[in-house]
Design a protein around this ligand. Structure first.
Ligand code: HEM
Length: 137
C-alpha cells in the first residue's frame, strides 16, 4: 500500500468512527442478507461482536503505516477464525459487505481512490488471516 492509501483509509475511518454502531449494523445486515449461511456461525446476540469488529478494524487502521506491529495479532486472529468455522471463500463475502458499509457511511467521500485504498487494506488483513489459517500463526 502507498502512504497516500494509508492516509485515505485512516482519514475515512475517522469519519466512520462516530457512527460506528450504525456502521456495524449496516455491515452485519448486509453480510447476513448476502450470505445467510454464515449467520449460524455468529452468536444470537451480536452486541459484543459488533464492538469487537469495529475495535479490531480501528486498531488495524491506526497501525496501517506500521503493519509489522500488528501482523502477529492479525495472524492469531486468522488462526482463531478457523475455529469459528471460517473458510477462505468467506473472506470475499465479508470484504464486499465491508466496502458496501463504507460506501453507505461515507457517501460522496467514498471516492474511487478511497475504495481502492480500502480494498487494499482488507486484502492485506484477509491475506495475513488466510495465510495463518493455512500455515498456522
Ligand atoms: C479482516 C477480516 C476480519 C476481521 C478484522 C475480523 C475480526 C473479528 C474479531 C475481532 C472477532 C472477535 C473474536 C476474536 O478476536 O477472535 C471475530 C470473530 C468472528 N468472526 Fe471475524 N473478522 C474478519 C473476517 C471474518 C470472516 C471472513 C468471517 C466469516 C464469516 C468471520 C466470522 C467471525 C465469527 C463467526 C466470529 C466468532 C463469533 C463468536 O462466536 O463470538 N470473520 N472476528
Amino acid at each position: 500500500m502507498t502512504p497516500e492509501q494509508v492516509k485515505l483509509v485512516q482519514e475515512s475511518f475517522k469519519m466512520v468512527a462516530p457512527i460506528a454502531d450504525t456502521a456495524a449494523d449496516i455491515f452485519y445486515d448486509r453480510l447476513f442478507a448476502t450470505a445467510p449461511q454464515v449467520r449460524a456461525m455468529f452468536p444470537q446476540d451480536m452486541k459484543d461482536q459488533k464492538k469487537k469488529l469495529m475495535q479490531m478494524i480501528g486498531t488495524a487502521v491506526t497501525n496501517l503505516h506500521q503493519v509489522d506491529k500488528i501482523a502477529d495479532a492479525v495472524a492469531k486472529l486468522g488462526a482463531r477464525h478457523v475455529k469459528y468455522g471460517v473458510k477462505d471463500e468467506h473472506y470475499d463475502i465479508v470484504g464486499a459487505a465491508l466496502l458496501f458499509t463504507l460506501k453507505q457511511g461515507l457517501g460522496d467521500k467514498f471516492t474511487p481512490d478511497t475504495e481502492s485504498a480500502w480494498t487494499a487494506t482488507y486484502g492485506l488483513l484477509a491475506g495475513v488471516m488466510k495465510d495463518a489459517a493455512k500455515n498456522g500463526a
